[in-house]
Design a protein around this ligand. Structure first.
Ligand SMILES: *Cc1c(COP(=O)(O)O)cnc(C)c1O
Length: 346
């Protein structure tokens, strides 16, 4: 009855070993929907990997991992005065504004702190000058524990190495003691390059996607066929009472808006040009049917109408293979945006 994520455990863990072998100082990231697998499961995997630190996205997510993962817990979203107060010594706070650094240390002088330096992303972070002020604040609070400086880098465009070099110059000039540099979205060779250039710093990559989803072949998503109804041209169906443009089958499958099944397939012919050529062919999509992420017999199928909360209705034209009720069919989803009913690792 479910939208299920099937994980080939051996391949999933072989990929983790590959990442760990290339980056022994990796900080796994468990956040959001846990990359489809759920944060509690990722905490267990990280514990088994033997890493010393796990990163979560938010303070609210700490509870999902803290019982399972025994090491340090880095919160990626910067601390704010309105953040839930946690006085857990395993937690490392990310701090991105001087006023927050002062407020956090006033409250918790022995806090473990990573200072975030702003990058071209412009999401959060201190300017070069603010980083120097932060160094003064840290020096004036001897109990405060500096755990490093973080850079969150953009993913697209040219190699971010030249930007990282400029940022490293700021760190060196800030007056902070030599420390750990936490980075995201750098390749193995870029990380090796940094380690060579700044041997007095420990470079630690925070990795989510490549660690958990790096071997897509280890992951399969399947929905269950819940019902099927033969229809003739003109028959009515669905919430909107539309009529079938041709003879065929309405197939009801598990997965809907509650699981994050979108109206549009995550990839595929979504361009205007592709639409125009579909209309020129007089295909079903010309009748207003939108391509779904569900496929049968290797072919992506069309939604009969927009997905419902926990089920979707597909339209199969006459002659297409019709799977039995209870059979599973493949679904193409974005792992970071899908809430699976079940995750089966085997
Ligand atoms: C999500 C996140 C990461 C991990 O990103 P992936 O692309 O999943 O590897 C690293 N750093 C920060 C600050 C993040 O928010």
């Amino acid at each position: 009855m479910s939208l299920t994520l099937y994980v080939d455990g051996a391949r999933f863990r072989a990929n983790q070993k590959r990442v760990l072998a290339a980056q022994p100082r990796v900080v796994p990231v468990a956040k959001g929907n846990g990359y489809g697998l759920g944060n509690p499961r990722l905490a267990l995997e990280a514990a088994e990997m033997g890493v010393d630190t796990l990163a979560v996205g938010t303070y609210d997510e700490l509870a999902q991992v803290a019982d399972t993962f025994p090491g340090s817990l880095l919160v990626l979203t910067p601390w704010r005065p309105f953040a839930p107060q946690v006085a857990n010594d395993r937690v490392i706070h990310t701090v991105s504004r001087i006023e927050d650094l002062n407020a956090l240390l006033a409250h918790q002088p022995g806090a473990r702190v990573v200072l975030e330096r702003r990058t071209s992303m412009l999401r959060h972070g201190l300017s070069a000058r603010e980083l120097r002020s932060a160094a003064d604040v840290m020096a004036a609070t001897p109990q405060a524990r500096l755990e490093g400086v973080a850079f969150h880098l953009p993913m697209a465009g040219a190699s971010p190495l030249s930007e990282v070099r400029r940022l490293m110059t700021d760190v060196v000039a800030s007056g902070l003691p030599q420390t750990t540099i936490w980075v995201s979205h750098l390749s193995d060779s870029e990380l090796a390059d940094l380690a060579r250039s700044w041997p007095d710093y420990v470079i630690r990559p925070r990795i989510g996607t490549d660690l958990w989803l790096g071997d897509r072949g280890a992951l399969q998503v399947r929905a269950t066929v819940l019902d099927s109804h033969a229809v003739e041209r003109g028959d009515m169906f669905g919430y909107r009472g539309r009529s079938a443009p041709k003879n065929g089958t309405i197939l009801v499958v598990s997965g809907g808006t509650a699981q994050g099944i979108g109206l549009e397939a995550p990839t595929g012919a979504n361009t205007l040009k592709a639409r125009a050529s579909a209309i020129a062919r007089g295909g079903m999509d010309a009748a207003g049917f939108v391509r779904s992420p569900y496929s049968i017999g290797g072919k992506q199928r069309l939604f009969a109408e927009p997905p419902h909360m926990q089920a979707s209705m597909l339209f199969l034209t006459q002659g297409s293979p019709v799977p039995e009720v209870g059979e599973e069919i493949e679904v193409r989803v974005r792992f970071t945006a899908t809430l699976f009913d079940r995750v089966e690792i085997r």
